[in-house]
Design a protein around this ligand. Sequence first.
Ligand code: AMP
Length: 196
Amino acid sequence: MPNSFQSVQFSLCVFCGSRMGIDADFGQAARNLGEVLARNKWRLVYGAGDVGLMGEVARATQALGGETFGVIPEHLMSLEAGKHDLSHFVITQTMHERKKVMFMNSNAMVILPGGAGTLDEFFEVVTWRHLGLHSKPIYLLNINGYWDVLLTMLDQMIEQGFADSNFCDHISVVNTVTALEQALSDYLARRKPARV
Ligand code: AMP
């Protein structure tokens, strides 16, 4: 059966807060990322909400004609203002299905500032990668050092013997959206020969 996603070259899964956070730079980064996605014709995959940083990145992608793929569980449709006008809008029964559909339709993941939900998503893809269940790159967008305490915690886990010394090897920390765009472009350039 033909699938409508075959024409998509690259999909980036964006995990981020369902709130805006205090620092105005978080919202700006989300909007910048949406523009980067649209300009590069990279598809946005995300949690389909129209709230917080999630809404910012989606609206900015759409404003420049970018492709959007959103996945939301039924019970969050009103709480997170399910965004019906996305290119692809998927409603799941559960949170687990949501994360699975997002993961399966993405080539890489980026984590913007966010709360407990964002951390849950981060740890799932990082631990899966560490266990060898996938090889998709994971970028941590550390706007204004928001994730510094998380990085310290990960170092502490390693130092105190609760994680392998290579636990952080698959997490690429980038401090700006421009650095993220460059890292993704480099990744795609490296990936190309392998697909010929
Ligand atoms: P937050 O970072 O808490 O604002 O949440 C960001 C996104 O993660 C929202 O779309 C939440 O619905 C989602 N989320 C919250 N808790 C979980 C969880 N336990 N598992 C998966 N996603 C979650």
